[in-house]
Design a protein around this ligand. Structure first.
Ligand SMILES: Cc1cc2nc3c(=O)[nH]c(=O)nc-3n(C[C@H](O)[C@H](O)[C@H](O)COP(=O)(O)OP(=O)(O)OC[C@H]3O[C@@H](n4cnc5c(N)ncnc54)[C@H](O)[C@@H]3O)c2cc1C
Length: 482
């Protein structure tokens, strides 16, 4: 048996969520913290990411609250030209490593146990020495709930014949010989990244077959720029979003309006997206991806064989000389089996999404609420769950929950000030520092104010329609209604 430890907070997971939570806890208290992780370094899945990965949002509001990640530059070249820098995977790993060593460990208040598997009941075991440690803690923070599957470590849910060339996109840079063609499997963020990487390296778009079982609504990165130069675009897109929702006559009409107003984008104007995973993209990236014409929409892959790929809706030919690129790890497969829990439940805290698209801000705010509010009831009211989206219509409960949280937070002055000062927040500081003499900016803010409540009411109406439809479908499938 190894050491017996005593701590205020035992945090499982040193990925984005564990680090963002620990950082705010560290700032707000003088508590002692033990962090346990099965990986060798902090940063979670970013340690396993493909070599050409970058954030899809600006670095300036990713990471932890106390430490800047952005290099403060605007990209001058490439498909993100004109917009704020996007950290690479290496930069993110170095950032978390530096944070762990320079801020946490050097304080003496944090103990870090990498390469250790948490087994429950305050016990964890080193994968290197086999020693089991036991921790007597006040609070347990389960920072593993938002863990997402990534191509390099997940198991595909289809079979692959021996002899077929099959690799996660991580291995694309190891290719030494031109294949007969590339088959990219997966239409999400990693599928997009694989296709963009191939195209940027001169691969003929006709050499790429892209299996997209579902098309996705995408977010425009130009709307996520938290700087004054982009005020009209970024803050304007919030106004446009609320207007589109408030004015919609039906759920379909809402998506049409969101697209018309530039809030949502799609890759193919002839195909109505049915998925929404909140992936963010630039318009030049979309133009590149539209060069690929061999799009396969036959549902999910069930087998990659030597001469054909079998899909739910048919099959397509392939050969052993083709490279099949696995980009099929998905949010859906990461979250589908997970039952959401309250963030605060006695001595267990489970950080989850409380603001859509922003896991880092969500984790930081959970830590702030933990130390500044008394009862679990009050804490959970402020940290109501925002359900992760998968289908297009999941945009509705997600946006509704996010707007309700935002409203609750705005009623609490101290919390409002904290949110504004948090670098992970992104937009509140930009909005609140708008020059009152600038009429164009004031008009945008007025549109937000005029449309927020009507948008909430419309989302509530659409949400009831969705729940009614779900109930009807359940009754029909159980034969209790004909
Ligand atoms: C390609 C890609 C791009 C992304 N881009 C963005 C972006 O631009 N903006 C954004 O906000 N988000 C982005 N994300 C998501 C974000 O980075 C986080 O990955 C996500 O919120 C999950 O973080 P996490 O800390 O919960 O999970 P992880 O990174 O998976 O960390 C969980 C940690 O828990 C540890 N762990 C789990 N179980 C145990 C156990 N039993 N014992 C010990 N340790 C354990 C794991 O080793 C791991 O280190 C992106 C994700 C991907 C895949």
């Amino acid at each position: 048996m190894g050491e017996s430890l005593k701590t205020d907070y035992l945090i499982i997971g040193s990925g984005l969520v564990g680090m963002a939570f620990a950082d705010t806890l560290f700032t707000e208290t003088d508590a002692n913290i033990v962090i346990v992780d099965r990986y060798a370094k902090p940063g979670g899945h970013w340690n396993m990411a493909y070599p050409f990965v970058t954030l899809h949002q600006p670095s300036s509001f990713f990471g932890v609250s106390s430490k800047e990640l952005s290099r403060g530059v605007i990209d001058q070249i490439g498909l993100n030209k004109g917009m704020a820098d996007l950290a690479t995977g290496d930069e993110i790993c170095a950032y978390f490593d530096d944070l762990m060593r320079q801020r946490f460990l050097s304080s003496g208040r944090v103990q870090y146990f990498p390469m250790c598997e948490y087994e429950g009941d305050g016990q964890f075991t080193s994968k290197l020495t086999g020693e089991t440690h036991s921790v007597d803690y006040e609070k347990l923070v389960d920072a593993t709930f938002l863990t997402i599957a990534v191509p390099s470590t997940h198991t595909p849910n289809f079979s692959v014949a021996i002899g077929a060339q099959f690799m996660p996109l991580n291995d694309l840079p190891t290719i030494t010989e031109k294949p007969a063609g590339y088959v990219v499997i997966g239409g999400g963020k990693t599928g997009i990244d694989a296709c963009l990487w191939l195209l940027a390296r001169g691969v003929d778009p006709d050499q790429i077959t892209w299996i997209r079982s579902r098309d996705a609504w995408l977010l425009d990165r130009a709307n996520t720029q938290p700087t004054n130069a982009f005020f009209h675009k970024s803050v304007g897109s919030i106004a446009a979003q609320y207007e589109a929702i408030a004015g919609a006559s039906s759920i379909d009409d809402m998506f049409d309006r969101l697209e018309e107003d530039g809030y949502l984008l799609r890759l193919d104007e002839d195909v109505r997206p049915s998925m929404f995973h909140a992936a963010t993209i630039s318009k030049p990236e979309i133009e590149q991806l539209q060069r690929i014409k061999n799009i396969v929409r036959m549902g999910q892959v069930s087998a990659v064989e030597l001469d054909r790929i079998v899909l739910a809706g048919g099959e397509i030919p392939t050969t052993a000389a083709h490279i099949h690129v696995d980009c099929s790890a998905s949010l859906e497969r990461s979250f589908a089996h997970k039952q959401p829990r309250p963030v605060f439940d006695g001595n267990c805290i489970t950080p989850q999404m409380i603001r859509a698209y922003q896991p880092a801000f969500s984790a930081s705010m959970a830590a702030y609420v933990e130390v500044n509010y008394a009862s679990d009831g009050e804490k959970n009211r402020l940290c109501a769950l925002v359900p992760p989206p998968n289908h297009d219509v999941d945009f509705i409960p997600m946006t509704l929950a996010m707007m309700m949280n935002q409203f609750n937070w705005s009623q609490d002055k101290q919390l409002r000030l904290w949110v504004r000062a948090n670098r992970l927040d992104g937009f509140t500081k930009l909005i609140s520092s708008a020059d009152k003499e600038d009429q164009k900016k004031m008009d945008i803010l007025q549109r937000i104010q005029n449309n927020a409540m009507p948008a909430i009411a419309k989302l509530q109406q659409f949400n009831i329609e969705l729940l009614d439809k779900e109930l009807l479908e359940q009754e029909l499938s159980q034969g209790t209604k004909t």
